[in-house]
Ligand binder design. Structure first.
Ligand SMILES: *Cc1c(COP(=O)(O)O)cnc(C)c1O
Length: 423
């Protein structure tokens, strides 16, 4: 029998998890170097187990997960209630397809629409797909409802945006590294500075279908727009018959201390892209959510996804929503976020230029004198997992289940990491 066949048989008899647990960090790094495209540069940690905010590597070293899978593990790793819902669903059916009805998917769409204070849902898998779905809906709405001439629809987007990695989406990114060598790009996007309401007004034409933005730019470095900007955008959209699309893939589901970050102002969207935490930290579940007027432009055949809207994802997502609501994740995020930001501001390091955020979407920006690679390594050594976003800003997006004791522990570790970095 060939060694490959032995491997397949081992996978089935030993169970894959046991094979994975036998790998050392250098072995895993070798696998990634050889067989996985090099589109990420991971920190040298091989995560093997997770429970709440805590994760462990193959040697049993414990870390506090302050990336929280970029906000996707808002419920903590392996949240027992969501895991149970998943196991329960596995006694029935997992994946069907949109060729048939599924009660789970129907109930999920209703629950998510209600949660978002909107009317209808188009289920997808990844955040980028949710954004793509919003773009298609907005364009079709522009042609069939607003009356824009064929192929003339324009969508206004913002500098330093992050909406995902598809070719259309990176085409309107302003980050050179995201788009270089991936052109030619989809036309029809106009970029204006984030927070500049006059620039938005000047960019609107009779062909404008939508304004697409993040209420807080998370990947961009936790950039909060000026007060009133969200509401002003809503007003401009209403006055000009333009759709307002919020991408709350990262800011949504209580991350910023409310269900959605747009709720800090009178800025309800016509379309909303959600993902990440919607999957309860277990599965990729995303959606475009919107008003009936817009969502009804889709007819059979206009759009679809093989896995988008499946019973297993629906069971997980609806339970994720139920946990957030019944355990007051919004209030918890608000309280713990304020507490953590206050503690970070008490750290005695002049190299920290600014601590900013809302709820548990927090960034601390360091000045040029600080070696961020070294700080990053020292954070890892002290058991804090996080990475820099843009602008020398470290992002802290822990599970929303975090407690005051864990915040205190984390601040002590961050303090030690600074001491080690500054020598
Ligand atoms: C992560 C993210 C996306 C993309 O989500 P994927 O699931 O990685 O495709 C889109 N928009 C925002 C604001 C995000 O943070």
């Amino acid at each position: 029998m060939s060694s490959t066949t032995t491997f397949w048989l081992d996978v089935l008899s030993k169970g894959f998890r046991h094979i994975a647990e036998e790998q050392s960090l250098p072995q895993v790094q070798e696998l990634f170097n050889e067989y996985s495209t090099h589109n990420y540069k991971p920190l040298p940690v091989n995560l093997m187990r997770g429970d709440g905010i805590r994760v462990w590597d193959e040697k049993g070293n414990e870390y506090l997960d302050f990336i929280g899978t970029y906000s996707a593990t808002a419920h903590g790793h392996l949240n027992p209630k969501i895991v149970n819902a998943l196991k329960d669903q596995l006694d029935a059916i997992a994946v069907t397809s949109r060729a048939f009805y599924s009660a789970e998917v129907g109930l999920f769409c209703k629950a998510l629409a209600d949660y978002c204070e909107l009317d209808m849902v188009c289920p997808m898998n990844s955040g980028a797909e949710a954004v793509e779905t919003c773009i298609k809906l907005a364009r079709k709405w522009a042609y069939t409802v607003k009356g824009v001439s064929t192929d003339k629809a324009e969508i206004i987007v913002f500098q330093d945006n992050f909406h995902g990695r598809t070719t259309t989406i990176v085409g309107f990114s302003t980050e050179e590294g995201y788009k270089k060598d991936f052109g030619p790009f989809t036309p029809g996007f106009i970029v204006v500075p984030f927070g500049d309401i006059e620039a938005v007004k000047a960019a609107i034409t009779p062909n404008t279908a939508a304004i697409l933005g993040e209420p807080i730019q998370a990947e961009g470095g936790i950039i909060i727009p000026p007060d009133g900007f969200l509401a002003d955008l809503r007003k401009i959209c209403t006055d000009s018959n333009v759709l307002l699309i919020w991408d709350e893939v990262q800011t949504g589901f209580c991350r910023t201390g409310k269900r959605f970050a747009w709720q800090y102002e009178d800025a309800k969207p016509d379309l909303l892209a959600v993902g990440k935490a919607l999957g309860g930290g277990l599965l990729p579940v995303s959606a475009a959510v919107g008003t009936r007027e817009v969502m009804e432009v889709f007819h059979p055949g206009d759009h679809g996804s093989t896995f988008g809207g499946n019973p297993l994802g629906a069971a997980v997502a609806i339970t994720a929503l139920a946990v957030m609501e019944t355990e007051d994740y919004a209030g918890q995020s608000e309280r713990m976020g304020s507490y953590m930001m206050a503690k970070l501001r008490e750290l005695p390091y002049e190299q920290i230029i600014e601590v900013r955020g809302r709820g548990l979407l927090i960034g601390f920006e360091v000045d040029d004198s600080l070696d961020t690679k070294s700080l990053s390594a020292n954070l890892t050594k002290n058991g804090i997992l996080t990475k820099e976003t843009r602008n020398k800003t470290f992002r802290l997006t822990p599970p929303l289940t975090i407690t005051e004791d864990i915040v205190n522990d984390a601040i002590a570790r961050i303090d030690r990491a600074f001491k080690a970095t500054l020598g």
